[in-house]
Design a protein. Structure first.
Length: 124
């Protein structure tokens, strides 16, 4: 994912340094993939689209079990922080469940994003 973000020029800000938004995007996708590995048979789909300054990331898996936000008092040394962290870092997130599993879709604003770039990556 990092490679594709870099290729589209969204990892670095106008000053050439990696932006906080890019760091947040990388952390979000890492958390979503980690959750898919820990709580399901693993990710089955990774998607990314950049349109009009907005980055949409998708992580799909073959489980129809909806993810849940763990209340702060129930978080522990071995987990419970991931989805809460994701929710804090993104503008919007949603879960789409189908007969095949689910996809978690998040949206972030990326100042370095240009006009419509479209689908950049889809791995199944």
């Amino acid at each position: 994912m990092s490679f594709h973000l870099a290729r589209q020029g969204v990892l670095k800000g106008p000053d050439g340094a990696r932006s906080e938004q890019a760091e947040a995007a990388l952390l979000v996708v890492s958390e979503l993939v980690t959750n898919a590995c820990r709580h399901t048979p693993g990710p089955g789909h990774l998607g990314m689209a950049v349109r009009g300054g907005r980055l949409t990331l998708e992580v799909g898996d073959r489980s129809r079990t909806e993810p849940r936000l763990v209340p702060p008092e129930d978080r522990g040394p071995c987990g419970g922080f991931g989805l809460g962290l994701v929710a804090e870092l993104v503008e919007d997130w949603s879960v789409v469940t189908t007969g095949q599993g689910k996809t978690i879709r998040v949206t972030l604003t990326m100042a370095a994003c240009g006009a419509a770039i479209g689908q950049v990556m889809s791995v199944r």
